[in-house]
Design a protein around this ligand. Sequence first.
Ligand code: AMP
Ligand code: MG
Length: 479
Amino acid sequence: MPHPPPTSPTLAAAGWHFDNSYARLPEALFTRTMPVPVRDPRCVSLNDPLARDLGLDPDVLRESGAAVFAGNEVPPGAEPLAQAYAGHQFGHFTNLGDGRAILLGEQLTPDGRRFDIQLKGSGRTPYSRNGDGRAALGPMLREYLVSEGMHALGIPTSRSLAVATTGEAVLRERPLPGAVLTRVAASHIRVGTFEYAAALGDTTLLAALLDHAVARHYPDLAHVDEKAAAFLEAVVERQATLIAKWMLVGFVHGVMNTDNMAVSGETIDYGPCAFLDAYDPATTFSSIDRDGRYAYANQPAIAHWNLARLAESLLPLMPGGTEAALDRARGLLDTFPTRFERHWLAGARAKLGLATEEPGDRELFMALLRWMQATGADFTATFADLSSVAAPWCEAWQARLARETASPADARTRRANPVVIPRNHRVEEALTAAEAGDLGPFDRLLAALRSPYESTAANESYRGGPPAGCGPYRTFCGT
Ligand code: AMP
Ligand code: MG
């Protein structure tokens, strides 16, 4: 095992408090790997509120954190490793693993919570295949903006603690400034991690992974009888909640491969993701998603498909022989559509300002979506100002609101309908400026994203859709 280099006294003062429970799992699940040092580490963005929440001192990190955030120094107590996992990528099974990420360890917060601290873009690992193990500044800042935006929207997600530039170029279509993102997550255990463990055919190892995931994310299930089934059901429920939240803000993940789906129920692996501007359920942004497998409207069905891969992986841990296990797993999987619908409809009602339930509510919401699609209306702006919708719909909505007992409805719609989301054109503008050395637009956009439900003078320019004539937005995976 490689020994971490000695750490400087200032580093120790930052408040790092690591435990490494993943490193205590069977060795087949990871490889101990150190981040590869870079030429000139500089921290270009530090998430002060998140640092404090983790029990870290932002002032110390600003002073001396760049070396850690770039992978040149390892904080005290960390046991760096690259995680092994598999995954279905666009429907095809592949062995993967962290090809450009290193899990430093798990930071224990002063109040006893546990978070993975992971470096993304920190150099080659045993799972890099043909990749360089590196990341470019633009995509890492993009993940930072979108994940912090999602967090502020109340959507479970990995978060971003820092971005450090490396002083080295990464070669994509052209040379780009290299960077490392420090990512914080409940864990990085993926559906694909279970697929990997199941593919090894070692039930003891699979059971150890299950125990670990349950202890971290579903501690109430630690002592139930049918742990694998209970875990599957819990993940089905969390994913149903998560995808409903995505749909209700117009988020398109872009690469919902099973290796990009966390069993914690957090959004992870921001790549070619983007938010809808004009409402069109067939929207894909990713240049590699040619068949629209991961289109906006397909996301619930794809989540369901991915959960079936999780279920298959858990079968060896379900009692009663293959047939009984299959029946049990199928029964649980079949609950996904109903669960999704329930969460989605509850969120849809909230967006319309409805606190009570009536059978016609779903149709009222669907009529609004149809109107948006027919008119090419902006998804976010429409919900932010429902009075802008065509008169017949508004009349039906007002009639429905009149039957609400609690008031006022507009306070409720304001809490459910964000005015600021990470708009594609604003994200691009921020990244272009950052690549040219100006972090101003990035910082201002990030500040606006932190209060998505408030209309203020400061966020006015972040509320609008793209300028006319922008053309369809495209995201690229060569990140
Ligand atoms: P993604 O689609 O970004 O989640 O990545 C899929 C797989 O490719 C993961 O195993 C990544 O670690 C790996 N990967 C992506 N980019 C690189 C890179 N530049 N170098 C090495 N591995 C990479
Ligand atoms: Mg991934």
